[in-house]
Design a binder for this molecule. Sequence first.
Ligand code: ADP
Length: 165
Amino acid sequence: MKALYPGSFDPLTLGHLDLIERGASLVDELVVAVLQNPGKSPAFSLEQRLRQITASTEHLGNVSVISFDGLTVACAKEQGTRLILRGLRAMSDFEYELQIAHTNRSLAPEFETVFLTTSAHYSFLSSSVVKEVARFGGAIDHMVPRVVAEDLARFFNSAFAPPSR
Ligand code: ADP
């Protein structure tokens, strides 16, 4: 069984990684699909996000990382799977996720979305919360993989560096 785990991953958090590890233990093959154009301009380029996820999933033999643009169901079809994995942190995720799952099934009824609930200790984590904390210099080591923490430090240091004369 093969599953697709699509998302923006801007950037990857330990919550995402937990979902990847648990998802990968349930299927033969898990493909993490990074959305190229999330509508809003991402903090990290597609290449950076791919690198962050590849480096953080090195220990998982059945996980691969790809990028995609456009419809998730088209990407899943291309990957030869009809199983889409998503995560649920709280009720607030539910409405949005339900809408996407219904939309995908209306486009292609053979696709199924399977949800894993987040691990309780990562349930507060989101990419935007992590960026907000990093922006103001807070500790993020317990929120993101090391490679992401380094990228975030670089990103916000250069963003707030005084202009060179
Ligand atoms: P998107 O922009 O597609 O929502 P995200 O990168 O924000 O992409 O999230 C991808 C998926 O990972 C979503 O299903 C989201 O609910 C899930 N997710 C995000 N953060 C966590 C977390 N801390 N624990 C578990 N799942 C999460």
